[in-house]
Design a protein around this ligand. Structure first.
Ligand code: NAI
Ligand code: MG
Length: 343
């Protein structure tokens, strides 16, 4: 999925959003590891989320989108969205405004992490711009609301093409579409039709379809049957957290939001307010997102050195954050990974 080639060593300039909750802690940890790779990176820090709301009265000030638009690459901490009230999700706004249509989420087991199944290794590809996340909700009459699920052929074809392209580039064997077209015959039906059209043009990749409830059960009982998982927005959101739970939790799940020529890298997880400010969050999800960012920049060796360092530190098992049963801090784990990257 590399987009840019590095022939020079002038720095890449990247938008940096520290984010809310555990965001600033895990972003700092990720910068420690990125710095150890020696890849020249320059960051333009912008404020979004609760801090921006307090400072400027707007959780997504114009300069945030402008910076990502200009820099083309962003590294982002999680952003809090109020539940059942308040402003619209800033994450959804960023994805829609920059047309970051593909959400790429590799999920794999790491040695040394206690998990129910060894060798889970899948890539979830989630449509990122429509479905029930269109934000089109209204009160019909008091006590009755409608929330519109929008599915378009254009977006479905585009995400399907992305999924099969990744399957081929990453030497994957199978794409599984997840849907509920038995009930939502028109919307999920349109999504499936679009995916089938694309699948025909990729005969070397096996293609199958699963209804989402069955898919959830299969993912818990038999996760190694999944390779590339292709979903609409909502199912992808839910299945990503489920899949993360199979490999040690949200601390291991990185995420890339990819558009035509802009990409935003973050963790699957949110701002984890329950553990914020304690320096105990597991930074690995965002560190792995940092590695995806280096892949995108064409710095594949550096990206690989991060993934290898994460593996070694986890296998050694000496430095672990509390979610892994240890007592190390976010920064201690990051420093251990950075030391391994350097060696
Ligand atoms: P969450 O993902 O923040 O946390 C879920 C659970 O996992 C919590 O118990 C948390 O402590 C734990 N957890 C998450 N990341 C962890 C890490 N790195 N290390 C150790 N434990 C970790 O989900 P929650 O609590 O439902 O949402 C909190 C806020 O985050 C909400 O405002 C939500 O809207 C926002 N959110 C933002 C996202 C983003 O910025 N892309 C994605 C998901 C949620
Ligand atoms: Mg989510």
């Amino acid at each position: 999925m590399a987009k840019k080639k590095s022939t020079k060593k002038s720095p890449y300039t990247i938008t940096l959003i520290p984010g809310d909750g555990i965001g600033p802690e895990i972003v700092q940890a990720t910068l420690t590891v990125l710095e150890a790779t020696g890849v020249p990176l320059e960051f333009e820090e912008v404020v979004a989320g609760e801090a921006a709301l307090a400072l400027y009265g707007d959780p997504l000030p114009d300069n945030v989108l402008a910076s990502i638009h200009d820099r083309k690459v962003a590294l982002k901490g999680p952003l809090t969205t109020p539940v059942g009230r308040g402003f619209r999700s800033i994450n959804v706004r960023i994805r829609k405004a920059l047309d970051l249509y593909a959400n790429l989420r590799p999920i794999r087991t790491f040695p040394g992490v206690e998990v129910p199944y060894p060798r889970v290794d899948m890539v979830i590809i989630r449509e990122n711009t429509e479905d029930l996340y269109s934000g089109l909700e209204h009160v019909v009459v008091p006590g009755v609301v409608e929330s519109l699920k929008v599915i378009t052929e254009r977006a479905s074809l585009r995400i399907a093409e992305f999924a099969f392209r990744i399957a081929e580039q990453w030497n994957r064997k199978k794409v599984t579409s997840i849907h509920k077209a038995n009930i939502m015959k028109l919307s999920d039906g349109l999504f499936l039709e679009a995916v089938r059209k694309v699948a025909i043009h990729h005969p070397s990749i096996e293609y199958e379809e699963l209804i989402v409830d069955n898919a959830a059960m299969q993912m818990v009982m038999n996760p190694t049957r999944f390779d590339v998982v292709l979903t609409e927005n909502l199912y992808g959101d839910i299945m990503s957290d489920l899949a993360a739970g199979l490999v040690g939790g949200l601390g291991f799940a990185p995420s890339a939001n990819i558009g035509e020529d802009v990409a935003v890298f973050e963790a699957v997880h949110g701002s984890a307010p329950d553990i914020a400010g304690k320096n105990i969050a597991n930074p690995i999800a965002l560190i792995l997102a940092g590695a995806l960012m280096l892949d995108w920049l064409g710095e594949r060796k550096a990206a690989e050195s991060i993934r290898r360092a994460v593996e070694i530190v986890l296998r050694e098992g000496k430095i672990r954050t509390p979610d892994l049963g240890g007592t190390a801090s976010t920064q201690e784990l990051a420093r251990a990974i950075a030391d391994r990257v350097r060696s």
